[in-house]
Design a protein around this ligand. Structure first.
Ligand code: UD1
Length: 421
């Protein structure tokens, strides 16, 4: 429950990125000796990934934000439906299992609240490296038994669409393939770069991560390493929007402004003052915001994972804005909930037309996916009276200590037990 109206002031420390932590945890499967990670956020998706790895035989040791993973002995090369259905990122075990052990059985992820989200490009990329893949009984069955030395073979592969986890899966697979792989139209997201850095510390030979052509020279074996996960730019962006909407002043610690260029630009357009140095960003605003048009696209353009939060900002800004979602179909589920708070939003295909209103009114709303939930928190922070958000397990998948962090900044946020969330 959020009681709106408080200005946010103070400092907040940004956690390690969920979207870097999940693939890098899966990369532990490639290593014959332990991988030691730090800045691993305490999130439900992280716990689920570690459980998935443990049921394969990985030995995990967790201590605060540090996780060590020993994949020297793996007894199951399978990711069961029960685990994959709760978290699509489980598909990230496919590449490493196949590359190191020559076979893998991974459940298809199935439907997802924010659109169909297929994994065809992950599969086609592995096939380009010679893997034989069948879909049977809802499972992806992959093998390299017929290939020279039973190993994946380096290949040139052009990805039809920019896919983040697809790029990561193929990068991991190619790291242990025989020969050189070139991934074209690769995702340039900072989390892809972070994973490439970690893989290189493990002995991989990857160049070009952060550009749209990544070259991976396969090696025979990978070992463990020590790696600190990059900061969560989406968590950071969410607190930045919160500061702007509430007319406060918030300093973010442990963050890199250069990962947030598109978001910072839009916040400035909206009228907030944003300053930064090496590892901090400060956002200051008088709460009088101008509506800003948003169009999501792959990095370095505006991230789809910040679309819902900017929609919340636009609901109370002066003017009319267009918010266009180009990455996922059906990623406007927050719109109906925001309308319950009094927002004026119309949808036409993949574009939402938002007319700023003078104020939002607290109400009970339902979280539908991770970033939609975050946008409802932001709306609740400025709404009149109480906003109750149900099904907050979505938030626990992606925001570490959300209510503690917001409370420390002066918000009135309480977790109420006994409701559906
Ligand atoms: C990742 C992020 C997610 C973010 C998204 C886009 C993780 C764990 N999750 O998700 O938070 O919202 O990037 O920045 O890092 N597609 C296909 N075929 C494929 C793969 C993707 O058609 O084989 C499509 C998807 O349906 C979608 C688009 O490509 O329309 C981009 O998806 P993708 O980048 O793969 O998203 P994820 O990696 O799942």
């Amino acid at each position: 429950m959020i009681t709106g109206g408080n200005r946010l002031n103070g400092e907040v420390t940004i956690s390690g990125a969920k979207n870097a932590a999940l693939p890098i945890l899966c990369a532990a499967l490639l290593a014959e000796t332990p991988l030691h990670l730090s800045s691993i956020p305490a999130l439900k998706d992280v716990v689920s990934t570690i459980k998935l790895l443990e049921q394969m035989g990985v030995k995990a040791t967790c201590n605060a934000d540090k996780v060590s993973l020993d994949a020297s002995e793996i007894h199951t090369k399978e990711a069961p439906y029960e685990m994959v259905k709760t978290m699509r990122a489980s598909i990230l075990v496919l590449g490493p299992l196949l590359a190191r052990f020559g076979h893998a059985r991974v459940s298809l992820p199935g439907g997802c609240a924010i659109g169909s989200r297929p994994v065809d490009l992950h599969i086609k990329g592995l096939q380009a490296m010679g893997a034989e893949i069948h879909i049977e009984h809802g499972y992806i069955e992959a093998t390299t038994a017929h290939l020279p030395n039973k190993r994946l073979q380096g290949a040139r592969y052009y990805m039809d669409l920019v896919t983040v986890t697809g790029t990561e899966n193929l990068m991991m697979a190619a790291a242990l393939a025989q020969g050189t792989t070139v991934l074209e139209n690769a995702a340039k997201e900072p989390e892809v770069v972070d994973m490439a850095e970690c893989l290189n510390k493990m002995g991989a030979k990857i160049t070009g991560a952060g550009t749209d052509i990544i070259t991976i020279e396969g090696v025979d074996r990978l070992s463990g390493a020590v790696h600190n996960v990059v900061c969560d730019r989406i968590e950071a962006g969410t607190y930045m929007v919160a500061a702007a909407m509430t007319g406060g002043e918030v300093k973010l610690l442990n963050v890199r402004a250069n990962l947030l260029d598109a978001v910072i630009e839009k916040l400035r357009d909206a009228g907030a003052t944003v300053t930064s140095d090496t590892d901090t960003i400060t956002v200051k605003s008088d709460g009088k915001l101008k509506a800003v048009n948003i169009r999501t696209a792959p990095h370095p353009a505006f991230p789809t994972d910040m679309q819902a939060q900017f929609m919340a900002l636009n609901t109370i800004a002066t003017g009319v804005s267009k918010v266009t979602e180009t990455i996922f179909e059906n990623r406007f589920m927050h719109v109906q909930e925001m309308q319950r708070l009094g927002a004026d939003i119309g949808i036409d295909g993949n574009t939402a037309l938002v007319k700023g209103v003078a104020y939002l009114d607290g109400a009970t709303v339902m979280a539908t996916d991770l970033r939609a939930s975050a946008s409802l928190v932001l709306a609740g922070l400025v709404a009149r009276g109480d906003t109750v958000i149900e099904r907050i397990y979505h938030l626990d998948r992606g925001y570490e200590n959300l209510e503690e962090k917001f409370t420390k900044l002066g918000a009135s946020v309480k977790r109420i037990k006994g409701l559906t969330g």
